[in-house]
Design a protein around this ligand. Structure first.
Ligand code: ADP
Length: 745
């Protein structure tokens, strides 16, 4: 295969640009020619100028842009065979025999049809004398790879689809704003989000915003008179002191009989039955718009990169594939399987088979729904007679990580709902030693779902010496039977210390579970920690602005990011912002590196480059500091370019948690509470850390944690994301034969 085409089709989705950029650059790097087909299938049918060969620089500076720079459309003509005949002819005229289609299930269905009809279409074109037999023989097959671009996350084949995370950002920005005004006036709000067939955005939006009720198509309210049930919950909530009520509704919400439930109807119900001033906000296209989130930029980049690898290596006559993600693993699934399962959910919903619809959506969707249903309760369930009530303490330790509060709230509510007494420890291990403990009841964590910082307080102080005795006393005095640590590296170390001392202090012989919360993402047993996604978003927002500030001059920026000894934020920040070079401690920095980088910058600027962007982890090298690099590059850049440094600092630890972090924190917390429940009372309780690997939640025995840690530096010995370095390099620097087309980012 020599020449491939890439198109974006159907509803646009933030992140499509990142995918296009990755496809183009990876293809060029692999020695393929790549054409963008503008305006989706419409462009394919129209041909001519809609087919444009792409160079390295054509996809520069687009990572941060919403929508799709190559245009998208809905195309009626392509739904009919004559339209597809034209499309096939145009592909043939341009010598394209591989297609990467970025779109929703409609677009991918269209691509599938084209693939299946290919031979027939060519035969017809030959018969009509529109192409020669020789031309047809040269392109006997059309290889197709799909990337799901859909803000609704409504398709089988990827845990998350391009655009869904950004849409959640827009939703959460809106609900956060709305809840603050709603609380001031004690109002009710109904927020309608997109999702005609899929409740993903509504469900996760509700989970992330701490909403009071949610309505989705796949799981309609389980009673006929759901209006009464909903109003009861909201009324009780008011009685116990909630100042606002928020109902999140998917546009396709329905009752069990299949009658639509509209936002206007919900408003009417709330006004009539609760006598509350109720406002409706229909978010609409806001959810499609705006700059893509860090997650969407990196997800789409990965998918775009792999789609080219896949199209190169697959059997050209083979079945089309969809490239998706499961956890952090890239997956390749036959397109017809993806379409089949996607359709199956739709059918189950239409047939009123909601149980099956939820099963098809997958375990984590079902679980989240259950969690939301508990979290929205005004008050916990009444205790079940004979229920064992435990006393579980929650503690932070380590640097602040956005999402800590979210995790505490979820743990408190889910624990309380099961009848346990949940206790909050203030100020980390020192607080635990001093006995700073209070009970956290259901209402005490109201509003914590969305709040940055750490209400309980956190610090990086490890217990030592007499602290252990004091901690043992606190645990005994408060009858603490299980401990949940929500924190970072210091927290993990502290817990390991307690664990090591459990033979000296029987009070430590309780199950302890660690929930990873650190912007650095440097914790063993977890691929991702709570807080890292928020920090990454803070980084790219800052870098986007920094890049814009350099419009007029030829300038290079050295941006320093946090991460301690872990390069995660640096590498992922570089990928999401299009930086050309990343420095991290894991790889070190040598003088030769710097000499080479100076040369590369100089060559680039001589060829007309206007902006250089280098991202450096704070601890990449103790001698070659950010200031050192700035001075070195400035000196060497001479008249050609100037250099500025930007040390992003503590803004990376601040801010309200991103939707991704809120969801992760809630999921982790729910499982940690269940875990503690199981372990408390066991003769030999097992302590563990929680994490997600390959899309599955997993507990790692505390005994195994030291082995997973790097011996010298505070980070895991194996870091999954290190394998992304090669891809980051490919996308950041043009291959030698491409360098004449160099542009920025
Ligand atoms: P999305 O891709 O976002 O689901 P649509 O459902 O509107 O958006 O599909 C986008 C385009 O894909 C349609 O305008 C049409 O050109 C093409 N398409 C959709 N379904 C089919 C089909 N069954 N056969 C051929 N083309 C289709």
């Amino acid at each position: 295969m020599k020449r491939i085409g890439v198109l974006t089709s159907g509803g646009d989705a933030p992140g499509m640009n990142a995918a296009v950029r990755a496809v183009v650059r990876t293809a060029l790097n692999e020695g393929l020619e790549v054409y963008a087909i503008y305006e989706g299938f419409q462009g394919m049918v129209d041909g001519g100028k809609r087919f444009k060969p792409m160079q390295w620089g054509d996809v520069g500076g687009i990572l941060h842009q919403g929508g799709t720079i190559i245009g998208s459309a809905r195309c009626q003509a392509f739904r009919e065979r004559p339209g597809r005949l034209k499309a096939a002819r145009n592909l043939l005229l341009h010598g394209i025999d591989g297609l990467i289609v970025i779109g929703g299930d409609g677009s991918l269905t269209g691509a599938d049809v084209l693939h299946r009809e290919w031979t027939g279409l060519l035969a017809e074109l030959v018969a009509n004398y529109e192409i020669s037999q020789e031309q047809a023989d040269k392109h006997p097959t059309l290889a197709i790879v799909g990337i799901i671009g859909s803000i609704d996350n409504d398709m089988f084949g990827s845990d998350l689809t391009t655009g869904a995370d950004t849409a959640l950002h827009r939703i959460v920005e809106a609900t956060d704003a709305i809840t603050s005004t709603a609380a001031s006036h004690q109002r009710s709000f109904v927020v309608e989000v997109m999702g005609r067939r899929c409740g993903y955005l509504a469900l996760m939006g509700a989970l992330a915003s701490g909403a009071d009720w949610v309505l989705i198509p796949e799981s309609p309210p389980d009673v006929d008179d759901w209006e009464t049930k909903m109003c009861d919950v909201l009324r009780k909530g008011r009685q116990v002191g909630r100042r606002d009520s928020l109902v999140v509704i998917a546009e396709g919400a329905q009752d069990r009989k299949g009658n639509p439930i509209t936002s206007a109807y919900v408003k009417e119900v709330l006004e009539k039955r609760l006598g509350e001033d109720t406002r409706v906000t229909v978010l609409g296209h806001v959810q499609r718009g705006g700059s893509p989130s860090a997650f969407d930029r990196n997800l789409s980049t990965l998918l775009g990169y792999d789609s080219v690898q896949a199209i190169r290596s697959m059997d050209p006559a083979g079945e089309p594939l969809v490239i998706g993600m499961r956890g952090n693993q890239i997956t390749r699934t036959p397109l017809d399987k993806c379409l089949h399962f996607t359709e199956a959910v739709g059918e189950a919903v239409r047939a009123g088979n909601f149980e099956q619809a939820m099963t098809l959506r997958g375990r984590s969707f079902r679980e989240s729904f259950r969690t939301v249903r508990t979290l929205v309760r005004a008050l916990p369930h009444d205790p079940v007679p004979g229920q064992v009530r435990r006393r579980i303490a929650i503690l932070h330790s380590g640097g602040p990580a956005p999402g800590m509060n979210t995790a505490v709230r979820a743990a408190v509510r889910l624990g309380t709902d099961k009848g346990h007494t949940m206790l909050g420890v203030s100020n980390g291990f020192p607080g635990l030693a001093r006995g700073e403990i209070r009970e956290l009841d259901w209402m005490s964590v109201t509003g914590w779902a969305t709040r940055g910082g750490a209400e309980l307080g956190t610090n990086r102080v490890l217990p030592q010496g007499r602290d252990f005795y004091a901690i043992a006393r606190t645990l005994e005095e408060h009858n603490i039977e299980g401990l949940l640590l929500i924190g970072g590296y210091t927290g993990y170390r502290g817990v390991l210390e307690l664990y090591a001392q459990r033979h000296n202090y029987p009070a430590f012989n309780i199950p302890i579970v660690c929930l990873p919360a650190s912007i650095n993402n440097n914790l063993p047993g977890a691929e991702l920690s709570v807080g890292a996604d928020t920090a990454l978003n803070s980084i790219i927002n800052a870098v986007d602005k920094i890049k814009q500030s350099a419009v007029a001059s030829r300038r290079t920026f050295v941006v320093e990011v946090m991460g301690q000894y872990c390069g995660y934020l640096a590498l992922m920040g570089a990928m999401a912002s299009g930086a050309e070079r990343v420095y991290m401690h894991e790889e070190g920095v040598t003088l030769q590196d710097l000499v080479r980088d100076v040369e590369q910058l100089t060559t680039g600027f001589k060829r007309g480059k206007r902006l250089g962007l280098l991202i450096r982890n704070e601890k990449a090298n103790t001698v070659y500091t950010t200031e050192f690099m700035r001075a070195l590059f400035e000196e060497e850049g001479g008249e050609l370019f100037d250099v500025r440094q930007a040390i992003l600092g503590h803004m990376q630890q601040g801010g309200d948690p991103s939707p991704f972090d809120r969801i992760l924190a809630t999921r982790f917390a729910a499982h940690c509470v269940e875990y503690l429940e199981k372990q408390i009372g066991e003769a030999e309780p097992v302590s563990a850390t929680i994490g997600e690997t390959g899309g599955e939640l997993k507990f790692t025995n505390l005994e195994d944690i030291p082995r997973l840690m790097d011996k010298q530096f505070p980070r895991p010995r194996r870091q999954w994301w290190m394998q992304l370095r090669e891809m980051a390099r490919v996308l950041a620097q043009p291959a030698p034969h491409e360098q004449n087309n160099e542009e920025t980012a």
